[in-house]
Design a protein around this ligand. Structure first.
Ligand code: ADP
Length: 433
């Protein structure tokens, strides 16, 4: 890459409780091998032998509890060891959660009530780049390693790690998260918001959280095992004003009982005061890792584009989405919260027109839709859209007004009745390189 010759494979010896922090460039491959000892990447152990490819653009830490020798082969943007990590604090947190899971399981076995048999519902909060997603991954992988199947809930519509940006979603984690493939995607429950910014329509964001929580609650009530394992909830890095209000809303909606606050004293204090009347919620302040890499807004935007591309083409560029031509008459496209207000003439005298933020608006298919990503809803009727999760996404590559047909790239072949929702036509897919 870039003309510079790749450095030869090199070994690195890590002391106990230290980590090697590595940034992988966007275009050059890196692989890592464990030579001796044990090591893990964000809670998932490196296999005892064999090379592990580290995906491009990754920023990772390879941590060892008892010491390790590693071998690296390929280019990095930076690589340095550090002995200052909050890992002991994080694993102690995990141990407390583990004990609560065991207690919940024991209560369920003794026919305890729903409250007693509910494992920890952990919500991780903090400003952007405080290491929230990373801590979630560790807590999930450590729990899965012990045989629990906790549910990962990702409320971060900007930098979510389950599916494309603009969604909130949940999925059970049954084994430590794969270093290369990330969060498993067999059965995610996905609700489409359609924009990476919650303030565009915070009411819809709240409604979708409520729907997701309702569905999870239903699943938990029929499954003691996942109920005891509980949830780990990742949130957005927006912690001021409306962002803070949405955090409180999330805590309430998902009935979180453990709030982990990363890297901000003020936020911890505010949340602690806000929930002090509720004795069952622990608000815990945790140290942020110095290894967390700061990402500017341009970088974030790029990551979003890559996430969409990954959805259609796979992490290793190994998926091939097929194109389909669909007649206008075979699809209905809706937008939630179109912003159209009722005309004043239609209102009682004196009433002010207000836009209903959750109103469903039918969208006329037009060339404006080219390069948008639409979600395919499971809804059978339009009025079910807001409460329905989605089956997958399509990328509109062309709209042929002349022939009354349009050609979306279909990413999953499971649609039967198609209702598409788009909140904002904001997502563009970079071309396949
Ligand atoms: P947040 O969710 O709070 O925005 P992330 O957990 O996504 O933050 O962390 C930001 C970036 O830093 C990610 O790319 C993550 O992989 C990386 N990162 C986190 N912890 C470390 C670490 N100890 N060493 C190196 N990189 C890290």
């Amino acid at each position: 890459a870039g003309g510079a010759a790749a450095p030869p494979p090199r070994q690195c010896v890590l002391d106990p409780r230290s980590e090697l922090r590595v940034e992988v460039p966007p275009d050059a491959p890196l692989r890592v091998r464990l030579v001796a000892g044990t090591a893990e990447i964000f809670g998932t152990e490196l296999p005892p032998e064999g090379w592990v490819p580290i995906p491009p653009r990754s920023k990772i830490a390879i941590f060892t509890w008892h010491g390790a020798t590693l071998e690296l082969d390929g280019v990095t943007e930076s690589e340095y060891p550090s002995e200052e990590t909050p890992m002991v604090i994080y694993v102690n947190t995990h141990a407390i959660l583990d004990a609560r899971r065991a207690r919940a399981r024991a209560a369920a076995a003794q026919g305890g009530d729903l409250e007693a048999s509910q494992g920890p519902r952990v919500i991780v909060v903090g400003p952007t780049d405080s290491g929230k997603s990373t801590l979630c991954k560790m807590l999930l992988s450590w729990a899965a390693k012990l045989g629990w199947k906790p549910t990962y809930v990702d409320l971060d519509i900007g930098q979510g790690s389950i599916t494309i940006p603009g969604c909130i979603s949940a999925t059970p984690i049954e084994k430590p998260i794969d270093i290369v493939d990330g969060i498993p995607l067999e059965m995610p429950l996905v609700y489409f918001y359609g924009h990476p910014t919650p303030s565009i329509n915070a009411d819809v964001y709240k409604v979708l959280m409520k729907e997701l929580a309702k569905t999870l609650e239903r699943q938990f009530s029929g499954n003691a095992e996942s109920r005891a394992a509980g949830m780990v909830i990742n949130t957005m890095g927006w912690v001021e004003g409306l962002g803070y209000e949405l955090l409180l809303n999330a805590i309430e909606t998902f009935k979180a009982n453990v709030v982990l606050v990363l890297g901000q004293e003020k936020l911890w204090k505010m949340l602690k005061d806000a929930v002090q009347s509720k004795p069952n919620i622990d608000v815990v302040k945790l140290q942020k890792s110095e290894g967390v890499v700061l990402r500017n807004s341009k970088y974030r935007q790029k990551t979003r584009s890559f996430r969409i591309k990954e959805y259609f083409y796979g992490i290793a560029n190994d998926l091939a989405p097929h194109s389909n031509i669909v007649n206008f008459s075979d699809v209905s496209v809706y937008r939630i919260g179109g912003g159209h207000q009722a005309p004043r003439s239609a209102l009682p005298i004196g009433a002010e027109p207000v836009a209903d933020p959750t109103r469903l608006v039918a969208v006329n298919i037009s060339t404006d839709m080219i390069h948008t990503v639409l979600a395919i809803s499971y809804a059978k009727e339009p009025d079910e859209i807001i409460s329905s999760n989605v089956a997958g996404f399509i990328h509109v590559t062309d709209v042929d007004i002349q022939r009354y047909a349009w050609e979306p790239a279909l990413a999953c072949g499971m649609w039967v009745f198609i209702i598409c929702v788009c909140l904002e036509p904001t997502f563009f897919i970079p071309g396949r390189s």
